[in-house]
Design a protein around this ligand. Structure first.
Ligand code: EPU
Length: 423
């Protein structure tokens, strides 16, 4: 397994240059899952070359779908795909495999799947999916951790109220509902840009969807066929936000291109209120590290609030602000699990409970050998290593590779010394 060796800048603010943002992982995954319901060859562009896309491609291939990928392009043809069982091993490595549950059920009236794995962010149940499909007439059975949903005469129309706002549940039901017998109303929906992008893709295929990006979405039954033009995946706001935070930590003059700043309002506002100078343009941003950073009380929230996926990188930044900051993680119950390692690097952080931590700054960080527990905490460790004194080894590179394309090259292009090594 690979690691990254990072030569820390020991507080020097000297990163400069331009770094580009890839297509959004969390938009590409649901859009790939939706292709199972689309007739013809779907052409996608700006598809990120990340490990999670390889897993999604293999899952689709296991279902009988033809996928070809070259550079940032993907071509997907569901053809006469017949398989109704999701590969258990792949599903264990990718929580987003659950996105396929709706597509397979809607296409074949039956789906068998294992409890999805993926990042360990606390308990990640699938109850919203089960309850929602039951509300649309499906029958649920389970054998251990293997679940089956069947709807022999197809999904009915009706209403699904999500007790919690869930990004992938909203996307899964929006996709599946295009094949229901009558209109489906989804309530308390997630409003993330990736939900809107998935709706835009479905609409480009002929779907009739109202309200994506608001709490209530109505989906009317429709035949889906491949759009004539290729469909472009939106920019990854989490990757862009990660580079903004890096620039705030160690940037002399960092430009982030190919971004969608309008999806980053909570992040830009938070950084600005800490004193970080950011110049926002239509599709790019410029950022540099201020002489001092003000503390911040950060609360993660569903979109348009501050994204939980940038909570760990932001915590690294808060270790560098003068005074007391806090982090309140409201989305997941196991997403502060990386903090002990930051403390080992010299950060002064008290974890009050699985949701709340108090950070006292500013503290110098020292290089360490550490393994990231998930994609985003792994990226946060790269940022911590970037500003630390000495050379750090950040293990579990394969987890960072799940969500970030060529991260070592990209950080290198800004002047950071990052080397990928085996073991
Ligand atoms: N939840 C339930 N029951 C369910 C589904 C979700 O209780 O059936 C809970 C979750 O446990 C969590 C909350 O609902 O406490 C919200 O989770 P959500 O379902 O929105 O998360 P997700 O859809 O599984 C997506 C992203 C995550 C991102 C979250 C929150 C994708 C593929 N994944 O996950 O991204 O953190 O939304 O914004 O879109 C990442 O990219 O590293 C990542 C983890």
């Amino acid at each position: 397994m690979d690691s990254f060796l990072v030569q820390g800048l020991a507080g020097r603010k000297e990163l400069s240059g331009s770094v580009s943002v890839e297509g959004a992982k969390n938009a590409a995954l649901p859009i790939m899952a939706a292709t199972l319901l689309v007739e013809g060859d779907v052409q996608l562009t700006n598809v990120p070359a990340i490990a999670d896309m390889v897993s999604m491609t293999r899952l689709l291939e296991g279902l009988g779908v033809f996928v070809t990928r070259k550079n940032g392009d993907a071509s997907v043809r569901a053809g006469d795909a017949r398989e109704t069982v999701l590969d258990a091993k792949l599903a264990k490595s990718l929580r987003a495999s659950v996105l396929l549950v709706g597509s397979v059920l809607a296409r074949h009236s039956s789906v068998t799947f294992s409890h999805p794995g993926g990042c360990v962010l606390g308990t990640r149940p699938v109850d919203l999916f089960i309850e929602g499909f039951q509300a649309l007439g499906a029958t649920f059975t389970e054998e251990g951790e293997t679940y089956t949903l069947t709807a022999p005469s197809g999904l009915s129309g009706g209403e699904v109220f999500f007790r919690l706002m869930s990004v992938t549940a909203t996307e899964t039901f929006m996709i599946a509902a295009t094949k229901a017998a009558a209109p489906v109303t989804l309530k308390n929906c997630a409003m993330e840009p990736e939900v809107v992008a998935t709706a835009e893709f479905l609409k480009a295929c002929g779907a009739r969807i109202e309200g994506a990006g608001t709490p209530t979405i109505v989906v009317h039954p429709a035949h889906l066929s491949a759009p004539k033009e290729s469909f472009r995946i939106i920019a990854d706001r989490i990757e862009a936000g990660s580079f903004l935070i890096l620039g705030a930590l160690a940037g002399k003059d960092v430009e982030i291109t190919g971004a969608e700043p309008e999806h980053l309002e909570a992040v830009i506002t938070s950084l600005t209120s800490m004193g970080v100078p950011i110049e926002v343009r239509a599709k790019s941003m410029r950022v540099s590290a201020p002489p001092t950073l003000k503390p911040l009380h950060l609360r993660t929230h569903e979109y348009p609030g501050f994204p939980t996926d940038l909570q760990a990188p932001m915590t690294v930044l808060l270790t560098q602000s003068e005074g007391e900051s806090s982090v309140w993680e409201t989305v997941f119950d196991g997403r502060l699990n990386y903090i002990a390692e930051l403390e080992r690097m010299g950060a002064d952080i008290q974890v009050w409970n699985p949701h709340k931590a108090v950070i006292k700054g500013k503290t110098a960080l020292k290089a360490r050998d550490i393994d990231g527990p998930d994609i985003r905490a792994g990226l946060a460790f790269l940022l911590a290593a970037a500003i630390a004194e000495g050379e750090s080894r950040i293990g579990n590179a394969h987890l960072i590779d799940r969500g970030y394309e060529r991260i070592d090259e990209k950080l290198g292009s800004l002047g950071l010394s990052v080397k990928r090594v085996s073991a």
